[in-house]
Design a protein around this ligand. Structure first.
Ligand code: 8YV
Length: 318
């Protein structure tokens, strides 16, 4: 039986599915693997099921040349914590879990759109603090999203799922930036530059993959192109947005608000963001629902099974 390491405690269904096919060790520790542990794991196991936070960088693989591990079946669609090219160069396959995460992540984008636009977090804090003076006609007026324009940066599976929710659920106009054109079942306008989307949209939603290519793609110039009444929502990866530039734009009132599920240095969240009432902060909840996490884990196990059955895993990325 192949030996598999699962790097974090997983829902019972995932552990059971893995144990039905493999000799599994599941860590009972929720901290990411340290570099030394990663090297050890590559030497000891045939396959690893890693998660966000397990930083498999190029040097970890270089030193692991000829090691026992042949596959990293990532739990999650985003695998920017794994240098997939370096893995490939030492003959290690990398897989991810697209599809399983799409709807739940799009739902968290909608949560942040509404919370940011309608000042829901601020309102909740007011009530909890016992500071609500009572209803009045001009109290806490926010941005009415129905009929407004959403701008989606990155029109992959998750971006499209957000676009559908915005169009069908909220009657919003959809504009987007994506390298290739996407045929949607309703009118969604592709614009040539990220700045063009930023300028037209009332709410800008980031749904790009993370990694070196997209690092800080949402920079001071993009933020400057946004409407002063605009909101920025990020459900992708923290470092897609230049966090310092975002803080500056919010402080100067160059944009109206932000809704964030991801951060540059998770779980660190800058105090400057925590101090601002017009910022909604979630702890990377994108896929945090039991059935979604089960589906992600089962998909990762399917990738491992296909690989050790001698097939190309369905979700190989390198
Ligand atoms: C996951 C995510 O929970 O799938 C992804 O890429 O960002 C998350 O919602 C996380 O990556 C698990 O490893």
């Amino acid at each position: 039986m192949k030996r598999i390491l699962i790097t974090r405690p997983m829902p019972a269904r995932v552990a059971e599915a893995a144990r039905a096919h493999f000799d599994v060790e599941m860590r009972d520790d929720n901290t990411p693997l340290k570099p030394g542990q990663m090297r050890g794991a590559l030497a000891l196991y045939d396959g690893i099921l890693p998660t966000l936070g397990d930083m498999f960088s190029a040097d970890v693989f270089t030193e692991a040349e000829g090691s026992r591990c042949r596959i990293l079946a990532n739990f999650g669609v985003g695998y920017n914590h794994i240098d997939a090219d370096a893995a490939r160069s030492v003959g290690i396959a990398v897989t991810n879990t697209p599809g399983a995460v799409t709807d739940a992540t799009a739902d968290i984008a909608m949560t942040l759109i509404l919370m940011s636009a309608r000042r829901a977090g601020e309102g909740e804090r007011l009530v909890r603090a016992g500071k609500w003076p009572g209803w009045n006609p001009t109290q806490m007026l926010g941005l009415h999203v129905t009929g407004k324009t959403v701008g989606i940066i990155g029109m992959g599976r998750i971006g499209q799922a957000i676009a559908r929710r915005c169009h069908f659920g909220f009657g919003m106009e959809v504009v987007y930036y994506n390298r290739s054109d996407k045929q949607m079942e309703f009118e969604a306008r592709q614009l040539p530059r990220i700045e063009d989307v930023a300028a037209e949209a009332d709410i800008v939603v980031i749904a790009l993959p993370g990694g070196a290519e997209t690092k800080h793609i949402i920079n001071a110039e993009v933020l400057a192109a946004m409407k002063p009444t605009g909101h920025l929502v990020n459900i992708a990866r923290g470092d897609v947005v230049d966090e310092a530039a975002l803080i500056a734009a919010l402080k100067d009132g160059r944009i109206a608000g932000a809704g964030l599920d991801v951060y540059e240095r998770e779980p660190e969240v800058p105090d400057a963001l925590k101090a601002m009432e017009n910022v909604t902060l979630l702890p990377h909840l994108g896929t945090a629902a039991l059935d979604v996490r089960e589906a992600m884990g089962l998909m990762a196990v399917d990738n491992l099974r296909a690989f050790f059955d001698g097939e190309t895993p369905p979700n190989q990325v390198n």
